[in-house]
Design a protein around this ligand. Structure first.
Ligand code: ATP
Length: 262
């Protein structure tokens, strides 16, 4: 099988925020069409890492190569182009509350393309449909939507510019298990259909088993281990054991056949 290209290569990343070291000498690779989940205890720096990988925040040290390009060389127009190739779904959806769902999904198209209004609306409807958002709800405001619908609208907006790379911050948080599983399945379908590379932060163990190809476990300010969820959950590292065998996790069978390898 042909080797897959690296989409993200992180080397020696360091982050200091408010005098506190969050990451130190952190390395991570993500390959094309991979679903990589970032996990770790609260405050281990998952969201900060996601923001750095998605070019929303500059690390203090080290390099992030995206599609082979060093983030430090991305400026002005080039940075704008790169940002357009990245879809981000924030934790609470981060939809504009004063706009309808359709206007929210149209927004990036308005910012980054010269499409006219009707073409924008047409494309936005396609993205909403890809995200599984019901057509008849597209004129609703975010406050009128259920949690699951907010996530789907936010996903549609993240897909607006046909990104190659999709970042999801706790996509299933706050969803009931059935809605969460349906959302996970949608992510996998989109990965296959659109050839996306997906990086997500999650605390949802069901999601980890269902969709991740690999899991990067953050502890001691770095990626302590990056491997399949089956391997990670069997690790002897103290932090990993504590995380997966904590009182709320329940554990998983040794040979869970629903798990798909690389
Ligand atoms: N803008 C900021 N300024 C100062 N400190 C920050 C800033 N953003 C995050 N931090 C700190 O960085 C650390 C890591 O935060 P982060 O949100 O990445 O953690 P996390 O692993 O995503 O946690 P959780 O699972 O609880 O969401 C925390 O101690 C947080 O207080």
């Amino acid at each position: 099988m042909a080797t897959r290209k690296a989409v993200i290569e992180v080397r020696g990343l360091g982050t200091v925020l408010g005098g506190q070291t969050i990451h130190d000498a952190l390395d991570l690779d993500v390959t094309e069409r991979e679903v990589l989940a970032i996990v770790g205890g609260s405050g281990s720096g998952k969201t900060v890492l996601l923001r750095e990988l998605s070019l929303l925040m500059e690390p203090t040290k080290g390099s992030i190569r995206l599609f082979g390009e060093d983030h430090r060389k991305l400026r002005g127009e080039r940075l704008r182009d790169f940002r357009a190739d990245i879809g981000i779904m924030f934790q609470q959806g981060a939809l504009f509350t004063g706009m309808s769902v359709l206007e929210n999904v149209e927004f990036p198209l308005k910012e980054h393309t010269r499409l006219d209004r009707s073409s924008r609306a047409e494309l936005a409807m396609i993205k909403l449909s890809l995200a599984g958002f019901p057509q008849d709800g597209c004129h609703k405001k975010p406050a009128e939507l259920s949690g699951g619908m907010v996530k789907r609208a936010a996903l549609a907006r993240a897909l607006a510019l046909d990104p190659a790379l999709l970042f999801l911050d706790e996509p299933t948080a706050g969803l009931d298990p059935v809605t969460a599983a349906a959302f996970d399945d949608r992510i996998l379908e989109l990965r296959d259909l659109l050839g996306l590379t997906v990086v997500l932060v999650t605390h949802d163990l069901d999601s980890l088993w269902r969709i991740s190809d690999r899991v990067a476990f953050l502890a001691r300010k770095r990626v302590l281990m990056a491997a399949s969820i089956a391997d990670i959950s069997r690790s002897d590292e103290t932090e990993i054991r504590a995380y997966f065998q904590g009182p709320r996790q329940g554990g998983r069978p040794e040979n869970d056949e629903s798990v798909q390898g690389d």
